[in-house]
Design a protein around this ligand. Structure first.
Ligand code: SF4
Length: 221
């Protein structure tokens, strides 16, 4: 590549925004407090959920909770990316990672990646009614079991693990529907408060849900 082709500024190709929304940091809390970003535009990645990290080629299990801007409808692209204008609809109030990201030089972004991340407890006041549901969800439906699963051999899950996963999937769904019913939550808020439903996470391990007599059982795909 000749010297003239070396990128040194944003060409607004949108590629970074199309790959997904950023993780939020403590410094981004003011964007929620200022109503530039709503809870409905967030997704919680719970501790123990498998995710791709910037610098890793394979998914890893998160050690800490991550709050991200979620994708647009059924897409990876950030919910705030305006495809028609090839621009960010909250540009003046975009999160820290977006400010730091230079696709031609990721040093600044790497310096903050995974550090001082925002979590649900930074955003939700302890006396909000949803907190007791979130606490129960964490206690009764933790994701530690996912560490036993292998991405490279997604079909190799033994029967006792499959039974345990099936129980957790049903607990996860029951707690969500109880909270939705009591608090009249939208689907967007449910995803922020409780993260991705476990049965959807398990699809990444080639497991599929099947409804039998009102309960879900997990099966190999
Ligand atoms: S907030 Fe804006 S700059 Fe950041 S990923 Fe979304 S669309 Fe792109």
């Amino acid at each position: 590549m000749g010297e003239n082709n070396v990128r040194t500024e944003c060409r607004r190709c949108g590629e970074c925004c199309l790959k997904g929304g950023p993780a939020l940091h403590k410094k981004d809390l003011k964007l929620l407090q200022g109503n530039y970003i709503s809870r409905e535009s967030l997704i919680t990645i719970r501790r123990g959920e498998p995710v791709f990290f910037l610098e890793k080629s394979r998914p890893e299990w998160t050690e800490n909770e991550i709050i991200k801007l979620k994708g647009g409808q059924g897409e990876w692209s950030c919910i705030f990316y305006d495809r028609d204008r090839s621009s960010c609809s909250i540009y003046q109030h975009r999160p820290l990672e977006c400010v730091l990201l230079k696709c031609w030089d990721t040093e600044d972004l790497e310096a903050v990646a995974g550090k001082s991340l925002l979590s649900r407890s930074d955003i939700i006041a302890v006396d909000e009614p949803v907190v007791r549901f979130i606490n129960r969800h964490e206690e009764e439906c933790g994701l530690e079991i996912l560490k036993q699963l292998n991405f490279r051999q997604p079909g190799k899950i033994n029967n006792s693990t499959l039974t345990e996963l099936t129980e957790l999937v049903n607990i996860d769904l029951a707690l969500r529907s109880e909270a939705v019913m009591h608090l009249n939550l939208s689907l967007d808020l449910e995803i922020f408060y409780f993260g991705t439903p476990l049965f959807k996470i398990l699809a990444r391990f080639a497991l599929i849900p099947k409804e039998v007599n009102g309960k879900i059982i997990m099966l190999h795909a």
